[in-house]
Design a protein around this ligand. Structure first.
Ligand code: MBD
Ligand code: FE
Length: 304
């Protein structure tokens, strides 16, 4: 069928069995996606067997809870970031810490700590990392009382809640900045995440000839009254996958230096017998006075 015939068909679908006005936005989006799919089926001569295999694949991926993982894996979540960057540029917003993907592994309700936190439950091996910095507002001044929500994987690349072997909210904290706008936390070095073996995401990536690894990273939501919520991550610079992330999350400006501290006095003060790592990273928020689509959008998220 050609495009004109497809449009005629879609007109009939839209005007058959009508019981009310429905939702105008949903009608527009569904019609457009259906049209694009039909055109792709024509252009690529997609066969019935391929179509049903694809549908079954999506159903299985959904049943396994992997759709939120496929989306970053095919670059769609990074694409959404680039669109938000463009919307902010159009609204005249400049500067600010770069955003990058949230991913599917945030859990709401982590313990809230004032100024500083210890994120690991003390049961894990792994090298100690101390991270700290300042949250600054649109005027460049430190913001007291800003919320820094941090979450990351353990030494095996696994996230608490999704990995039931870890304690509740392990490696997840909300840190409220102190009077000088500072946050700091102690944790253990994460390992890069990899997609679950034998799962739907891995199945697709194999067929695309791609791996499913991320470089080691720490996620953040940073928010404060009068400012746009920032969703971002920092990456660990030494990771071999630093610029080879299956989820396309690494960005310039999000790879801070990691200093290794082997000073015996500092080690003793921390109570560790191995050198530890120090990361300094400041967050710059944008003002919410300028009109651009909200960055604190709703999205179904886990809540323990
Ligand atoms: C992750 O840890 C992650 O951050 C993303 C974006 C996708 C999968 C796992
Ligand atoms: Fe992650």
């Amino acid at each position: 069928m050609n495009a004109q015939q497809i449009d005629t068909l879609l007109d009939r679908f839209e005007t058959t069995g009508v019981t009310g006005p429905g939702n105008a936005r949903v009608k527009t989006v569904v019609r457009r996606l259906l049209r694009d799919l039909m055109l792709a089926m024509e252009d690529l001569d997609i066969q019935p067997e391929e179509f049903w295999a694809g549908l079954n694949y999506l159903g299985q991926a959904g049943a396994r809870g992997e759709l939120g993982l496929i989306v970053p894996g095919i670059g769609l979540e990074h694409f959404i970031d680039l669109r938000m960057d463009e919307a902010e540029a159009r609204a005249g917003l400049k500067g600010g810490t770069p955003r990058t993907i949230e991913g599917p592994l945030y859990v709401a309700g982590a313990p809230v700590c004032q100024g500083e936190a210890r994120m690991d439950d003390g049961t894990l091996p792994g090298e100690v990392v101390l991270m700290s910095g300042v949250v600054r507002g649109a005027d460049g001044k430190p913001l007291a009382g800003a919320k820094v929500e941090a979450w990351h994987a353990n030494h095996l690349g696994n996230y608490s809640y999704f990995d039931p072997s870890q304690s509740a909210f392990n490696l997840r904290r909300t840190i409220v900045t102190d009077a000088n706008g500072r946050y700091q936390f102690r944790s253990i070095m994460p390992l890069g995440y990899s997609v679950p073996p034998g799962g739907s995401t891995e199945q697709l990536l194999n067929l695309l000839g791609r791996h499913g690894h991320r470089p080691a990273h720490i996620h953040f939501f940073v928010s404060a009254p009068g400012h746009r919520k920032l969703t971002t991550q920092i990456n660990i610079e030494s990771d071999p996958h630093l610029w080879d992330d299956f989820a396309f999350g690494t960005r310039e400006g999000l790879v801070p230096p990691v200093r290794t501290n082997a000073d015996p006095v500092a080690m003793q003060a921390l109570g560790v017998d191995q050198p530890f790592h120090e990361i300094s990273f400041d967050f710059d928020l944008l003002s919410d006075e300028v009109k651009a689509p909200a960055t604190d959008f709703a999205r179904p998220r886990a809540a323990a």
